[in-house]
Write a protein that binds this ligand. Structure first.
Ligand SMILES: [Zn+2]
Ligand SMILES: [Zn+2]
Length: 238
């Protein structure tokens, strides 16, 4: 008897020959839970992967959403993120699932998304290096694990190339002017990974894409270290 990884209800697995031979992907949630996940319906914004289907015409041009257009109009950010692809709309149900995964350290829930993440990765981002968004040391200590790293490890071999900047230290070296006007990139590429990321295509892994600022800062750090291109993959599109 198999149980839903989220609500623990007994799953009614359909018995089929495909399933018997392992050809059909195993669904980890019960039907009721699965139905509450909202897939991102085509057409998608070619850059951030958000669904344009029900988005007001004033907020997209048919292929790109207005948020991404704004990023692209800014010379500092143009071309920094090749594309983001996410699995589901960040609705209240997904929020609950992800909170459970994040704070209770529930690895099993990551398995819920494993197959679908892998499918998107293979279809659109195959062969790219997987780089998880790092947590700060304190957060990592509190939680005991980094969910982005867990997800990346489910798709392939994560390369922990990014580190969080130590803020206080950096800030104190700056003039007042610099501190006020230049937003410091929170990410840097760890010294020992600089050669590894140079010249390669990279996919950043995170749990959620909201404003897109986090993945773009991370992408910028990687491009500054010579990465060829940077895309991202997340469970949720906020
Ligand atoms: Zn369920
Ligand atoms: Zn977009």
């Amino acid at each position: 008897m198999k149980r839903c990884l989220y609500c623990d209800a007994v799953r009614q697995d359909k018995v089929s020959w495909a399933a018997f031979f392992g050809l059909e992907k195993e669904v980890m949630l019960c039907e009721r839970c699965q139905a509450k996940l909202e897939e991102l319906a085509a057409p998608l914004c070619e850059q951030c992967g958000r669904s344009l289907k029900e988005l007001d015409e004033n907020f997209h041009d048919g292929s790109m959403c207005s948020d991404c257009m704004r990023w692209e109009q800014d010379a500092q950010w143009r071309g920094v993120l090749t594309k983001n692809r996410s699995l589901y709309q960040y609705n209240s149900y997904l929020k609950e699932i992800m909170a459970q995964f994040k704070y209770r350290g529930d690895y099993a829930l990551g398995e819920v998304f494993c197959e679908s993440l892998l499918a998107i990765y293979r279809r659109e981002l195959r062969g790219t290096f997987l780089v998880p968004i790092p947590l700060s040391k304190e957060r990592h200590y509190e939680r005991g694990f980094n969910q982005a790293e867990v997800l990346a490890a489910m798709i392939g071999e994560p390369v922990g190339a990014l580190e969080r900047q130590l803020h206080e230290e950096k800030q104190s070296k700056k003039t007042r002017e610099e501190r006020l006007h230049r937003k410091e990139n929170p990410f840097i590429v760890a010294k020992r990974f600089k050669e590894k990321v140079a010249g390669v295509d990279i996919t950043i892994v995170d749990d959620i894409y909201t404003t897109g600022a986090t993945v773009r800062y991370a992408a910028k750090a990687l491009l500054d270290s010579g990465a060829k291109s940077v895309s991202s993959i997340t469970i949720a599109r906020g």
